[in-house]
Design a protein around this ligand. Structure first.
Ligand code: COA
Length: 376
């Protein structure tokens, strides 16, 4: 029985989940009962990854065992690096190479064909461990640099910097990565998570769900907005040009990347948290241009459209000030959201019904087939 049509499924409740709550009225976001402010303040990302996947914050013993397990699973075979060397072009977007590499990784997973909850959790841990290696070393290989083997002794954030730059960071850069990884990890039925749930609702496998999700996250209306926002800041170039640039773009009905949100209409709490860190980075690096330019765009957007920045806006300039290559911004989002995706896939399969909505037909009717020679 069809119900009322809602363009973009706005306002439609498409499922029930115990993983996170996006409370737009209170501007609140909780992961398995914990407020994001509390998590950002007190947790390392590996703890939050464990929380999302296993449903509870780890005690010391569980945390150490998880860290060890993740460390042991970070390496990928040389064949995967060869995939980058032999088949991928340096011009390909890292989200596309990541999508392809994860699809190939699936075929060598020891539990590829097994879809029990336990096997899926094992696959989720392996993906959480290996994806940063694909993201960073895939990028290194395509840019003529040798891969840097992951260090099993380091935590998620330190290992990322170790592979990217050869140096583990535990300073402000490390803190900002930790905060943004936590804030990127999970967000209800966002488009990529929903895509993952739709995929596995057919009883397809976990890897297929993740590949669907990576493809969905790539788009600039979703995860791709962090890269698009930085490209926009670079195009504007100078704070003195910002106000006129935004006015002109809005007059041409152009979307300003990193602004607006389907759920949050009174501001995105995650953006407020990261903005504070972006301000600290500007102070510390002495590069205040992006801070000033961003503030003008924010003010213009509020005046002209009443729209707030979303998480991707402050992340863009924060990652830029940390020297992270722009094409890695969305893949870095994957390094974190893989935990939310896998938690949702496992939850979907625990109480599955195929996700298959109805569409209303508005095409022509009563046409008659004419012989090919008479068709125009
Ligand atoms: N720049 C300019 N106008 C915007 C805008 C933006 N970033 N986001 C929304 N709007 C405008 C729309 O044009 C529309 O205006 P109108 O009513 O005059 O036509 C109104 O705000 C409602 O937006 P709509 O596109 O219907 O919202 P949505 O819920 O369908 O889309 C987003 C939500 C996030 C896709 C949308 O805000 C967007 O495209 N933002 C930019 C991309 C982005 O930052 N994505 C990351 C999301 S976390």
């Amino acid at each position: 029985m069809a119900t009322a049509y809602s363009p973009g499924l706005e306002g439609v409740t498409a499922g029930i989940s115990a993983i996170s709550e996006v409370d737009a009225e209170r501007n609140a976001l909780i992961y398995r009962g914990y407020d994001i402010h509390d998590l950002v303040e007190h947790c390392a990302f590996d703890e939050v990854a464990y929380l999302l996947l296993f449903g509870k914050l780890p005690n010391r013993q569980e945390y150490d065992a998880f860290r060890q397990r993740v460390g042991e699973n970070r390496a990928v075979s040389e064949d995967i690096y060869d995939l980058y060397r032999r088949f991928f072009s340096p011009d390909a977007h890292p989200m596309d190479t990541l999508k392809a590499a994860v699809a190939v990784l699936a075929l060598s997973d020891p539990e590829y064909e097994l879809d029990t909850p336990e096997a899926n959790l094992n696959k989720a841990v392996r993906l959480y461990a290996k994806i940063p290696n694909l993201v960073v070393n895939g990028y290194r290989i395509l840019h003529g640099q040798p891969p840097i083997p992951p260090d099993p002794a380091l935590d998620h954030n330190a290992n990322f910097f170790h592979m990217l730059t050869g140096q583990a960071r535990t300073d402000l850069f490390g803190k900002v990565l930790n905060v943004t990884q936590i804030l990127y990890a999970e967000h209800g039925f966002n488009a990529s998570t929903f895509a993952a749930r739709v995929t596995v609702s057919t009883l397809s496998d976990l890897y297929s769900g993740v590949v669907s999700a990576i493809g969905t996250l790539k788009g600039p209306l979703h995860g791709g907005a962090n890269e698009a926002a930085m490209e926009m800041l670079l195009e504007i170039g100078e704070p003195s040009r910002a106000a006129a640039w935004v006015k002109d773009a809005l007059a041409r009905k152009q979307k300003i990347m990193g602004f607006g949100h389907r759920e949050y209409k009174h501001g995105d709490e995650r953006a407020k948290i990261v903005k504070q860190y972006a301000l600290q980075l500007a102070e510390q690096t002495g590069d205040t241009k992006w801070r000033d330019l961003s503030q003008i765009i924010e003010d213009e957007m509020m005046n002209a459209k009443g729209l707030y920045p979303n998480l991707d806006f402050p992340v863009a300039s924060a990652y830029y000030l940390m020297g992270i290559p722009i094409p890695l911004y969305t893949p870095i989002f994957v390094m974190s959201r893989i935990t939310g995706w896998c938690a949702h896939i496992i939850e979907q399969l625990a109480n599955n019904r195929i996700i298959r909505p109805h569409s209303e037909y508005n095409g022509p009717r009563d046409l008659k087939v004419v012989p090919m020679g008479e068709r125009i």
